[in-house]
Design a protein around this ligand. Structure first.
Ligand code: CTP
Length: 225
């Protein structure tokens, strides 16, 4: 028992782990924003698992209701642009990068300084693309870095996830089927891990805490191959 605990603690000893978590908010005006239902639970569980495995952890978090686990550095951000800035900076020295954040793909072209007043029955909002943080890190990845993405999909889950892994130059991707009882806002998750060597590993349903420990072990294992 003692040996097992020691082994677990030393799994990532000395490694630097970066985790992004939660949603981003793209403000339309001072009181309204575009966002998504991500709670940040998976990312916070990964950050905690990495810390317990002996790593030095930086968590970059969008707005969530969660308490930051003790013993790690947390950088709070709101928008995709802020998350891009902080994550690309922190990634420079990271060994393992887990990108669980549900980053907005679009933001309003302009943020109004004053609250928008209703006028006509129809309203058209002009949006513009945000920068893809994960794809940027994929281009900059060093041979020593392990880059892990997350794909939340509603259909063709494995095909879409594999395509993302290839397009974004990832080492691993965690494919998540978004349906009632899975992915957003639930305490358990059932995922399949896809690897850059073409293999895959389906995992049974488990709590996000248990899944975080499992993913940490799979990442350390893939790294040492
Ligand atoms: N991601 C990111 N920056 C973005 C958008 C997404 O870093 N601006 C990361 C997420 O953290 C996640 C992965 O990319 O790890 C999945 O992103 P997703 O938006 O689903 O992938 P896309 O390539 O944008 O595919 P699509 O919009 O076609 O589903």
């Amino acid at each position: 028992m003692f040996l097992a605990m020691t082994e677990k603690k030393s799994l990532l000893k000395g490694a630097k782990v970066l985790v992004t978590a939660g949603p981003t908010r793209e403000y339309i005006d001072p009181v309204r924003f575009l966002s998504n239902p991500s709670t940040g639970q998976m990312g916070y569980a990964l950050a905690q698992a990495a810390r317990l495995a002996g790593a030095k952890v930086t968590l970059i978090s969008g707005p969530t209701d969660l308490t930051v686990p003790k013993g790690l550095t947390c950088i709070d951000v709101v928008s995709a642009a802020e998350m891009y800035r902080e994550t690309t900076q922190a990634a420079k020295t990271a060994d393992y990068i887990f990108m669980t954040a549900a980053v907005a793909d679009y933001r309003p072209l302009r943020k109004l300084n004053q609250k928008m007043k209703k006028q006509a029955d129809d309203l058209t909002l002009r949006l513009t693309r945000t920068r893809d943080i994960l794809a940027t890190l994929g281009k900059r990845k060093t041979a020593e870095q392990l880059l892990i993405g997350f794909a939340a999909e509603t259909k063709a889950v494995l095909v879409n996830a594999r395509s993302k892994l290839e397009r974004k130059n990832l080492d691993m991707i965690v494919a998540n089927h978004v349906r009632p009882g899975n992915a957003f806002g639930t305490s358990t998750n059932e995922v399949t891990v896809l690897y850059s060597d073409g293999t895959k590993k389906p995992l049974p349903r488990m709590t996000k805490e248990r899944l975080a420990q499992k993913l940490m072990a799979l990442a350390a294992d893939y790294c040492s191959r």
